[in-house]
Structures are given as structure tokens and as C-alpha cells.
Design a protein around this ligand. Structure first.
Ligand code: TRP
Length: 369
């Protein structure tokens, strides 16, 4: 298994990641503590899709003392947004609504420029425009949400980035990200830019504000490095809350990527495309023949359509029935796939409608200089 911010491969063992990265599991005790504030638990928390954290208890201690945190997450514009990205942001929106806090959303439009041989700044500018619409479409409160675009807000960020960079050695970066001497110097510096939003609101306010960062676990190396560096320049260590990856359609494990067109569902896919991809490519836990399936049942635990439904079907009772019917052989793979197709297409129809409306809202979100 390999999990870095730029590469995820192999069979992902999340328990092992918790140990290797040194994060903490979200326990039932912590879940009840969250529930005290939120009234209900998001399905991703109930289902352990959001499974790990750093310092979440501290953030809640501060919150209970009346010291609100802000949320920080981001997206590097390097391709179309797929539904895996949306899942993390939907959870972030839930946190924002439940705790009534600010969200800083970073678009590091230089990151993938530095990391991908062929990507130009023209490409990233186009993706930035498109990707912002997907974020806005999810309905973040414009009064409490600020978009930070690295190349646009560089003047605001650069001093902080340098302060942070001064506390990070080349050998730390090599060890955290697996870089060798062939990497370009922009790549080596980049992690400092991703650390900036975790302190920028504090720097601007002139006082320390706790920060909570929701992200898929592959981004963790950045924040491990940031958590070491930031206290050295007088700031809190940012807290974090981690989700598992939405697996690619071709599964069973791994992480969805926009560069594998058949393994991802993008936010602008038409209903026909969604149907075609799911029917043709979704990794199935079904048996070879209908007779065998009816007799022995399918395996929902490896079936990607079922896995996806755990991200998109909010109703626990419905989900449980699908699980049981598929496992017993009562439900066939075609029927399971059909349930997923319908669910995704309803979700995407609404998302695409909101995405159209978002075109006029961009200015409300981008931080004013
Ligand atoms: N590096 C992330 C990406 O590749 C973008 C990002 C920037 C981010 N800041 C973040 C992700 C904070 C999660 C949390 O898309």
C-alpha cells in the first residue's frame, strides 16, 4: 500500500494508516461528544467513513469554552471534480452548519502545476473556474466561507509561507513525502503554502484561533509537517478529521481519480454516462451466474456499488436492507447497480442545477483583497 498526497495505490488498510501516520481513531465516546453539539451524527460519522482525527478533543474543549474554531480545506485545480471530492466537502459543510463556523477553502492553483509535467497555468485557470462552481454548488454559507487562491492571494500568503518554510528542513520534506533529489524546488516549498490557511485567519486577527481541517487521509503528510512547524512560530497545531477514500468504480479498494475516466463519476456527467459507467465498470461482489448468486448470495463488502451507496444513501434502514438482500442472494447485481444509478442521477441533477446558479455567485466567495 502506498498513500501520499500525490499517489495512492495498493490495498488500503486504514487501521495500519492510523498507526503509520500516528493519528487517532474516532471512538464511540468521541462520537457522543460530537453529538452533544450537533444533535445528530452525520452518516459518515455513524458509518466510520470519517474514521480518524488529530486533536479533535482539544478543538471541542476550546469550543466549549466559547473559543470557536474555523474550518479549513482545499482543492488543487488540476482536473474535473468527481463525486469522491464532493463527499469530503459535503461533510465539511455539515460541520460548518452544525458548529456555525467560518470555512477557509484553499485553491492551490500552483500545486499541480508544479507536480504535473504537462499541466500549464492556462489549464489550472480553467479548472479553477470550473472547480469553484462545484464547491459553491454544495451551498456553503457565503457569509462564512472564504476562497483563497494561491496565485491570486500570494501577496497575502507569502510572508507566512516563508515563516513556515524557515522551520521545515529539506530532510523533513524528503521523509514525509518520499521526495528524492530529482524533485523540483517548487515541490519542496509547496507544503509551506498548504500550511498557510491553517494560520492565516489567526495572523490576520492578531490572535490565535483553533483550526480544524477535514480531509481524505492522503493529505495527512502535509499537516504532520505543519503541526511540527506552526508552534515554532507561535501558532496552535491545527486539528484534523480524516475520511476514507471513495473507491474507484473499478475497485474494490483504492482512491478515485479523475484521470481514469471510466473509474470516476464526474460532477458534470450526464445520466446516460453515469448509467454506462456503473453498468459496465462497477466492480461487483456478485456471483458468476444468477443461479449461483441466488444460492450463495453476493458480497456487499467488496461490491463498489454498495460501497458507493454507503456514501450516498443517507437512510440507514434502506442501506441495511440492500446489504442483507444482496448478501442473501435476493438482490442481483443488476438491481443493486440500478439503485446506485438512480441515487447518483438524482443527486447529480440537483448538483448540476446548483452548479449553473453558482456561476453568478463566485464573487461572493473569493476573498477580497
Ligand atoms: N492538496 C490538495 C489537493 O491536491 C488541496 C488542498 C489544499 C487541501 N489545502 C487543503 C486538501 C486542505 C485538504 C485540506 O487537492
Amino acid at each position: 500500500m502506498k498513500v501520499t498526497p500525490w499517489e495512492v495505490s495498493g490495498d488500503i488498510d486504514y487501521e495500519k494508516l492510523i498507526k503509520e501516520f500516528g493519528t487517532e481513531k474516532i471512538t464511540d465516546k468521541l462520537l457522543s461528544r460530537i453529538k452533544k453539539h450537533t444533535g445528530e451524527l452525520h452518516p459518515y460519522l455513524r458509518r466510520k467513513i470519517v474514521f480518524s482525527h488529530r486533536d479533535l478533543n482539544w478543538v471541542l474543549d476550546e469550543y466549549e469554552k466559547g473559543n470557536k474554531f474555523f474550518l479549513y480545506t482545499g482543492r488543487s485545480p488540476s482536473g474535473p471534480v468527481h463525486i469522491g471530492h464532493l463527499t469530503t466537502w459535503m461533510f465539511t459543510k455539515w460541520l460548518q452548519d452544525k458548529f456555525d463556523v467560518d470555512l477557509w477553502f484553499q485553491f492551490p492553483d500552483e500545486e499541480k502545476f508544479l507536480f504535473k509535467e504537462k499541466l500549464t497555468f492556462e489549464d489550472t485557470a480553467n479548472y479553477l473556474k470550473e472547480n469553484m462552481l462545484d464547491v459553491i454548488a454544495l451551498g456553503f454559507n457565503p457569509k462564512k466561507t472564504k476562497f483563497l487562491i494561491d496565485t491570486k492571494h500570494a501577496g497575502l500568503m507569502y510572508k507566512e509561507a516563508c515563516r513556515i518554510a524557515k522551520k521545515i528542513t529539506f530532510s523533513t520534506v524528503k521523509a514525509a513525502f518520499g521526495f528524492d533529489n530529482s524533485y523540483n524546488i517548487g515541490q519542496i516549498f509547496y507544503t509551506a503554502m498548504q500550511a498557510v490557511p491553517a494560520i492565516l485567519p489567526s495572523a490576520m486577527a492578531g490572535k490565535n484561533i483553533p483550526c480544524l481541517i477535514p480531509y481524505a487521509i492522503d493529505q495527512d503528510p502535509h499537516f504532520r509537517v505543519a503541526r511540527d512547524a506552526l508552534p515554532k512560530i507561535g501558532y496552535y497545531k491545527p486539528a484534523a478529521i480524516h475520511s476514507v477514500f471513495l473507491p474507484p468504480l473499478t475497485g474494490p479498494g483504492g482512491k478515485m481519480s479523475s484521470s481514469e475516466a471510466n473509474a470516476a463519476v464526474c460532477t458534470t456527467d450526464s445520466p446516460e454516462e453515469v448509467r454506462r459507467k456503473v453498468m459496465k465498470y462497477a466492480f461487483s461482489g456478485g456471483r458468476e451466474t444468477v443461479e449461483e448468486h441466488r444460492k450463495k448470495g453476493g458480497n456487499p463488502d467488496v461490491d463498489v456499488s454498495y460501497q458507493w451507496l454507503t456514501f450516498f444513501e443517507e437512510n440507514d434502514t434502506k442501506l441495511k436492507k440492500i446489504y442483507e438482500d444482496y448478501k442473501s442472494g435476493k438482490m442481483l447485481t443488476g438491481e443493486l447497480k440500478q439503485i446506485l444509478v438512480d441515487k447518483l442521477n438524482i443527486f447529480l441533477a440537483n448538483h448540476q442545477k446548483e452548479r449553473e446558479k453558482a456561476v453568478k455567485k463566485v464573487d461572493k466567495y473569493v476573498l477580497k483583497l
